[in-house]
Every structure is written in structure tokens, then in C-alpha cells.
Ligand binder design. Structure first.
Ligand SMILES: Cc1cc2nc3c(=O)[nH]c(=O)nc-3n(C[C@H](O)[C@H](O)[C@H](O)COP(=O)(O)OP(=O)(O)OC[C@H]3O[C@@H](n4cnc5c(N)ncnc54)[C@H](O)[C@@H]3O)c2cc1C
Length: 323
């Protein structure tokens, strides 16, 4: 966006806080900032990470709720706060930090706008709550089972699969550690490396001693019906029956919009935050899956959003204590 457009945005719409992302992290930040009488614009592209699943688990008072319902409930609560504006199906395509007469301002440029939404919003602070993008191993039908009977988060979904014949599929170096975790829920686990050299012989021996076989052949595809996985088919035609499984995705925080804002990131690209959700850039906060470290869970994301909101309000008025 040209400098003149940023200038126009500064003059037009300015709020205390722009929240980028309307998952549990962003929604919780919005609720708490709204209650603190901050003027807030929340921009949400509407593509939550857990869209593939029908039920979410482990969120206190909402165990088993559909992801859509959880968002609906949160949005209904936000509707009570006139100082919180939600821009649906909007994407923040760029963020700039500029010095203005009234101090440092962030300018969020919006893409894919509905009629009536501004091209850009200026704010004193920003909460990044944009979640993660996932890349799954390249197995043709994997997406058809993901979120149905194949999952990535053991804490979220292993209870429903306990004691069943499970697969753990992955190509990441933490696969053996992951297997030890999932073995907590079943003693009928097989690890599939899909041909990747990610488990060494010592790890393989350790897993074998716990009754967990490692299958190193490449996977041809998964078999099953309407989301219910039934078997792993290997490239040589071998068929191994399973009732469900876990996959280790690769994660990519989608933060290209930060452009020249040089906030610290960890090796995986997550925004590094202090214990209160502050990034290394003053006025820029992060919560949920976009911020390191995990666990990556809805209630954790919501908690991080609430914490970032509280600390942000304190920072706005110069109060340095967290409570
Ligand atoms: C299949 C699956 C099942 C899961 N099941 C569970 C479960 O049962 N229990 C549990 O606790 N957790 C579960 N999780 C994990 C949970 O979904 C995440 O931890 C949680 O959604 C993180 O919340 P968030 O607010 O950080 O991000 P998200 O919920 O992913 O929300 C981020 C939002 O930001 C938006 N966004 C991204 N970029 C932009 C941009 N530039 N501009 C505007 N908006 C943007 C996205 O469209 C999205 O709406 C599951 C995950 C998966 C993949």
C-alpha cells in the first residue's frame, strides 16, 4: 500500500487495538479488550485450523462442542460490546508500523473486503492471533480422514481412539517421542515413517521393547469409508488394518503480512512472546498457535488471548504488573 493510503487510513479509522484472527485466541482477546473499554477491530479470514473436525475436546464446559458452535457462542458474547467491531472474511494483507504525530501507530491493510469495510485500520496496538497452516505428509486420501478418525493432537482426540489399532504417520524427527506419547492411549500402535529416515535404530529398538513396531516402507494410501479409516496400504501392496490414527504435520505460522516488522521468531517461525504475550516489537502482541510455544489447544489459545488482552491494557496505561 502506498504511503498516501496509510496516511488516509490514519486519518480515517483508528482504534486502540486491531486483532488479526478470530479463532479462540483472537476472540478471547476481543472479549477481554472489549470489557476493558478498548476500541477494537477484529479481522478474521474465517479459516480456522480445526475446520476439518466435527467435535472439539478439552475445552472446559464445552467438551465435545463443534468448532463452529464454539466460535458462534463467542461471537454472540462479543455482540454485547459495541466497542468491538468484527470484520468477517477479511484478510490483513499487510501491517506497517509508522511514527505519527500522536506516537507509534500500526496500519493494517485489509484485503477481500465486504462493502462498507475500510481499506485499512490504524491502531496503537496489534494482537496477532492468526493460528497455523499445516502441511500433511503427501498421502493421497489423508485429508479425507483428517479430523474424522485421523488427528494430530493426542490430548485433543486420543481419548476417543483409546485401546484401538492406531497408526502414527509422520516424517518429522520427533516421531519416536510422539509414539511414546500416543502409546499412553493404546498398546496397539504402529509407527509409519512413510519412507523418511526419522527414527534411528536405538529409537526403533526402544519402541520395539514397548511393543510398537516401526514400518519404514512408503505408504501408497489410506483405505476406508466416509472418514472412517480402515487400513494403511503400503506401496508393495501390504495392507495393515487400523481403526484410527495420528499424523505429525509440519506447521507454518502464516505471518507474511508482517512484512518489514521484524519481530523475533523461533526456528519454526512462531512469534516469540514473553510470558505475557508481548513480542519483541513494542505494541505487537501474539496469542494462540501463532505464538511459541504450545500446547496447541483451544483453551490454551483462549487463555493466551485473555492474558495478552490484560497485559496490553496495562501497557497502554503504563502499569507494568501483570495483575
Ligand atoms: C483436526 C484438528 C482437530 C483439533 N481438535 C482440537 C480439539 O479437539 N481440542 C483442542 O483444544 N484443540 C484442537 N485442535 C487445535 C486447535 O484447533 C488450535 O489449537 C486452535 O484453533 C488455535 O487457535 P488460534 O486462535 O490460535 O487459531 P485458529 O483457531 O486457527 O484461528 C486463526 C484465525 O485467524 C485467521 N487468519 C489467519 N491469517 C489471517 C489474516 N492474515 N487476516 C485475518 N485473519 C487471518 C484464520 O482464518 C482463522 O480464522 C485441533 C486442530 C486440528 C487441526
Amino acid at each position: 500500500m502506498a504511503d498516501t493510503a496509510y496516511g488516509a487510513a490514519l486519518a480515517a479509522t483508528e482504534v486502540d487495538v486491531v486483532i488479526i484472527g478470530g479463532g479462540p485466541a483472537g476472540l478471547s482477546a476481543a472479549l477481554n479488550l472489549g470489557r476493558a473499554r478498548a476500541s477494537v477491530v477484529l479481522v478474521d479470514a474465517g479459516r480456522p485450523r480445526n475446520a476439518a473436525t466435527l467435535r472439539s475436546h478439552g475445552f472446559l464446559t464445552r467438551d465435545g462442542v463443534s468448532p463452529l458452535e464454539l466460535r458462534k457462542l463467542a461471537r454472540a458474547e462479543l455482540a454485547a460490546y459495541a466497542n468491538v467491531r468484527v470484520i468477517d472474511r477479511g484478510v490483513v494483507g499487510g501491517l506497517l508500523a509508522v511514527n505519527s504525530d500522536s506516537g507509534m501507530r500500526f496500519i493494517a491493510a485489509l484485503q477481500g473486503r465486504r462493502p462498507g469495510t475500510p481499506p485499512a485500520v490504524a491502531s496503537r496496538s496489534v494482537v496477532v492471533a492468526t493460528g497455523l497452516r499445516e502441511t500433511l505428509p503427501a498421502i493421497p486420501s489423508l485429508r479425507a480422514y483428517y479430523g474424522m478418525t485421523v488427528f494430530s493432537c493426542a490430548a485433543c482426540d486420543a481419548w476417543e481412539l483409546q485401546d484401538r489399532r492406531l497408526a502414527l504417520i509422520g516424517e518429522t524427527p520427533d516421531l519416536a517421542a510422539r509414539a511414546r506419547l500416543i502409546a499412553r492411549w493404546t498398546d496397539r500402535l504402529t509407527v509409519f515413517t512413510h519412507g523418511a529416515d526419522v527414527i534411528d535404530t536405538a529409537e526403533e529398538a526402544e519402541l520395539a521393547a514397548s511393543g510398537i513396531p516401526v514400518e519404514r516402507r512408503r505408504i501408497h494410501d489410506l483405505e476406508g469409508d466416509r472418514g472412517a479409516v480402515a487400513a494403511v496400504r503400503l506401496v508393495d501392496g501390504t495392507r495393515i488394518e487400523i481403526d484410527g490414527g495420528f499424523v505429525r504435520p509440519q506447521w507454518h505460522p502464516a505471518l507474511d503480512f508482517l512484512g518489514g516488522i521484524d519481530a523475533d521468531r523461533d526456528d519454526d517461525g512462531h512469534l516469540v512472546v514473553d510470558g505475557s504475550g508481548r513480542t519483541s516489537v513494542a505494541g505487537l502482541y501474539a496469542a494462540g498457535d501463532a505464538a511459541a510455544p504450545g500446547p496447541q489447544q483451544l483453551i490454551v489459545a483462549a487463555g493466551q488471548g485473555a492474558r495478552a488482552a490484560a497485559v496490553l491494557v496495562h501497557d497502554l496505561v503504563g502499569v507494568r504488573t501483570a495483575h
